[in-house]
Design a protein around this ligand. Structure first.
Ligand code: SF4
Length: 67
């Protein structure tokens, strides 16, 4: 499982990082990015999904294509 943040939609509110900083971080440009690595830990997955569902602009998407 992997996530992707749509930079055009993200408003940089920081909620995703607050919920799951294992996956999401706010970069120097003020917007969130998702770490480009597959998430294997179930607890982290749950938090990342909560962050995705909690994003106010729905900027977070699950990457369906597993790399
Ligand atoms: S919760 Fe959504 S809008 Fe807020 S920083 Fe994260 S991706 Fe951007």
């Amino acid at each position: 499982m992997k996530f992707k943040v749509d930079k055009d939609t993200c408003i940089g509110c920081g909620a995703c990082e607050a919920i799951c900083d294992e996956v999401f971080e706010i970069t120097d440009d003020g917007y969130a990015v998702a770490k480009d690595e597959k998430i294997t830990d179930d607890e982290v997955k749950e938090k990342a999904i909560s962050a995705m569902e909690g994003c106010p602009t729905e900027a977070i998407h699950e990457e369906t294509k597993e790399a």
